[in-house]
Design a protein around this ligand. Structure first.
Ligand SMILES: *Cc1c(COP(=O)(O)O)cnc(C)c1O
Length: 458
């Protein structure tokens, strides 16, 4: 029998996160006055211990024991050699799936939710407020809050709230409260509803609502929590790639190609950043963030300063952005419907260390169904985008007759996304591609903002 699963013992769990800010140069976030923000300006939104991580340039940051203790409920996660998929594709490539779907909420997201809930708890915070796209992040934070005895309030993008009704119940089971966004509970939500009563919503709008609720709590014991994009989130996710390195060492392999789907960028960053470090130090690796053609942030949008949310509450971040007011088409990969991307990922694109790709909705589901029928796990619609890219690479390896090693982040399972699979089987899913005019239209939004420098880290 072939060895299909490569496991680590609990003792082999990484004890430090890898911080990519130690190895690249970045444009700083800017405040309303156009000047770099100070850590204190973020204090109403995040606890100071997380703000310190956000701006830290220490390469290795210790993972607290109390965080490892909760992570060990499902970590280390298995690395799966996808031999059945390889056979069906007839490829000489070796395909490895890092299976992040085994966590309680079913995705990689609790890796940072647990860390964030812990740091907020230590700082004396009682309640966390957040947004969620497909519901994975809201579920992850509700789970993490339940572990540390914090309250949790979630604003869920309207279209996903309607497409995935059970997510709300998942959050409720862990003690979280979930509202569809835009809601009439905030100024930001009411302003959007007045203009567009039937809007499907967006992550940008839901972020505005969550920040507004967090900063308007007069007790001072409520903070906001973000599930992707920011430096400290990417940091917490690197446990994925650090585990994977140890697992591949055990079987004497090393990746030629690394693939992850990218919404805000956290699962991609989590798997790839420890390998980006190797690439900076001379390793030859192709590294692909994969996004939907319906929301082509890295592949089509310009590198600009833009807000992370619709109501412009966040600082200006230097990133590829379709515009903070951009409302992406209602694709089923709700976690990939974000107008921007992690600033560190944008910088790595500028440094030519990673190469973005895009995939249509139907190609993504074709790939997801093939993987489900070979490897067994039903992937999340987001994950399907990465898997479509894996299959492309495996077919290329076959044409070239090359024994490539392909590594992918299996970011989540799709057992709460079956409505979208049902639509796929009923031929009701369509592709959305954004025209260049639509992209130009949204580009105008940030004409008045400062322009980021095109920095090269090396
Ligand atoms: C949220 C989510 C994503 C997208 O978010 P990133 O921050 O880009 O990782 C991808 N896959 C799954 C399963 C998700 O839940």
């Amino acid at each position: 029998m072939k060895q299909r699963t490569i496991n680590l013992t609990p003792e082999e769990l990484p004890r430090e996160w890898y911080n990519i800010l130690a190895d690249i140069k970045m444009n700083p976030p800017l405040g309303p006055d156009g000047k770099p923000i100070s850590p204190e300006m973020l204090a109403p939104v995040f606890p100071m211990n997380l703000i310190e991580q956000e701006v830290s340039s220490e390469r290795w940051i210790k993972i607290p024991e109390e965080v490892l203790d909760v992570l060990s409920i499902w970590r280390p996660t298995p690395l799966i050699r996808a031999t059945r998929l390889e056979e069906v594709l007839g490829t000489p490539a070796r395909i490895y799936l890092k299976n992040e779907s085994v966590s309680p909420p079913g995705s990689h997201k609790p890796n940072t939710a647990v860390a964030q809930a812990y740091y907020n708890k230590v700082f004396g915070i009682k309640k966390l407020v957040t947004e969620t796209g497909a519901g994975q992040w809201g579920s992850a934070l509700a789970f993490a809050c339940s572990q540390y005895g914090l309250d949790c309030e979630v604003y869920m993008v309207r279209v996903s709230f309607d497409q995935k009704p059970h997510r709300k119940t998942v959050m409720q089971t862990w003690g979280g409260v979930c509202y569809p966004s835009p809601s009439d509970r905030t100024n930001a939500g009411r302003a959007v509803l007045e203009k567009y009563p039937d809007t499907p919503g967006s992550l940008g709008i839901a972020i505005s609502e969550a920040i507004e609720i967090a900063v308007s709590d007069t007790t001072g014991k409520t903070r906001y929590s973000l599930g992707s994009v920011l430096n400290h989130v990417m940091l917490h996710q690197t446990i994925i790639g650090l585990e994977t390195k140890k697992q591949l060492e055990k079987v004497g392999d090393y990746p030629d190609v690394i693939i992850g789907c990218a919404g805000g960028g956290s699962n991609f960053a989590g798997l790839s950043y420890p390998f980006v470090y190797d690439k900076i130090h001379g390793k030859q690796i192709e590294i692909y963030p994969v996004e939907p053609t319906a929301c082509p942030t890295l592949t089509k949008a310009p590198y600009v300063y833009d807000h992370g949310d619709e109501a412009k509450y966040t600082p200006l971040l230097a990133m590829h952005s379709l515009g903070h007011a951009f409302i992406p088409p209602p694709i089923h990969a709700g976690g990939l419907r974000y107008h921007g991307i992690a600033p560190t990922i944008s910088q790595l694109v500028n440094d030519n260390l990673i190469t973005p790709k895009s995939i249509t909705q139907l190609d993504a589901f074709d790939a997801g169904v093939l993987v489900a029928r070979t490897e067994g796990i039903i992937p999340a619609p987001e994950t399907n985008h990465a898997l479509a890219c894996v299959i492309d690479e495996a077919r290329k390896a076959k044409e070239e007759g090359k024994e490539k090693v392909i590594l992918v982040n299996f970011s989540g399972h799709g057992l709460l996304d079956l409505g979208s699979y049902e639509k796929y089987f009923n031929h009701e899913l369509t592709n959305f591609a954004l025209s260049d005019e639509e992209i130009l239209k949204s580009e105008k939004i940030y004409e008045t903002f400062p322009k980021p420098e095109l920095i090269r880290s090396f």
